[in-house]
Design a protein around this ligand. Sequence first.
Ligand code: URP
Ligand code: ZN
Ligand code: ZN
Length: 463
Amino acid sequence: MGFDTIIANGRVATAADTYTSDVAISDGKISALGENLPRENATKVIDAAGRYVLPGGIDVHTHLDMPFGGTTSADDFETGTRAAAFGGTTTLIDFAIQYKGQTLRTAFDAWMQKAAGKAVCDYAFHCIITDLADAQLDEMNALVRDGVTSFKLFMAYPGVFMLDDASIFRALRTTSKNGGLVCMHAENGGAIDVIVQQALAEGKKAPKYHALTRPTTAEAEAVSRAIALAEMAGAPLYIVHLSCNEALEKVREARDRGLPVYAETCPQYLYLSLDNFDAPGFEGAKYVFTPPLREKWHQEKLWNGLKTDHLQVVSTDHCPFCFKEQKELGLDDFTKIPNGGPGIEHRMSLIYSGGVAGGRFSVNRFVELVSTTPAKLFGLYPRKGTIAVGSDADLVIFDPNRKHTISAKTHHMRVDYSMFEGIQVTGMPDVVLSRGKVVVDGDKFTGRAGAGEFLKRALYSQP
Ligand code: URP
Ligand code: ZN
Ligand code: ZN
């Protein structure tokens, strides 16, 4: 049998096992696994000795080319997916936003247009619902049939994205029947708005007040309410960008009761804290996103949640805005700073470095958090998220010992700062393949805009 490529002698790591094996690729799929596969039958051989071969990363929370706060996130589907590939992420799930008065289909079509011809690796969409009449309940069923099998709802941003509890409950009842998954932005937007208005009236307008007006209790209350609504509806629930221990405790309690509740956290909550707002001048704006950064002690609680499966996924919530001109829209008022930070490129290295090199969990747990569980929850498994015969050859040759200092000077995201500037990671992707094609080779990009395909996803399944 002829192979297009053999990745030879690597340590294959999946969520279940670590073993030395060649990985053969034919027509974009993994076609054989085993030691000493016949090199003479391969068009190309890549030596992976001394390195891991991992399934490509799956980032289930990105915002490319997203309008927000009078501007648009700085990475589009080309620059964003390219930066993702440099970091070992070969699949992402972005969010198509339904604005008030629109159909869900309009949102989906608009985001399909944004990605078409640009994405360098595969992508899918969740649909953000901001306006939920009876017609949209039917549309949710139609989108699920078309492979958009998850929906993001907001309990924050009143008047913009926020849905009331009745609408949230109706959406959850719909997914309980159609097999989809609701992803919840859980913060009590009403209470937060009152606190924000008071801060502004007191002249507290610097970036740090974005964080100080969004207490952990507002997140924990919303997580708890979302869980209660999902339980009443008989639906599974996925909490996005969980940032603090109080919210984690609510997820843990629900899971201990056997409820199908899942949560992701993001590298910023594991590496950054309120201390970042001590940066001089307006620099704190670089860390304005929601939920906000928390006191430092939460970080270890979240790492522990990842280790013990109280948290199941690490995504990035990549939503980049340049410091110059975009973050600066809020120079005089933190409520005008576009919310979001850049992270798509460094998720794999940050989590490997802090998790595996840092001695907190195994390489298999790492793969589970950044690839396998995302694939299972969001209907991509086993096409994505593992290394098995028949799976897409989305693969990362990962050097567990290579050190790298993160900097805006060297990153590939189209944004003029890094949230993680100066942080040294241990563990970097050397070679990245998307459906069998090498898209990143060291510091060279060898992929192609438009090579990425839209992924019609199956229904959520329990990881
Ligand atoms: O501040 C953030 N997180 N911006 C992106 C939108 C969201 O809520 O995920
Ligand atoms: Zn959100
Ligand atoms: Zn987000």
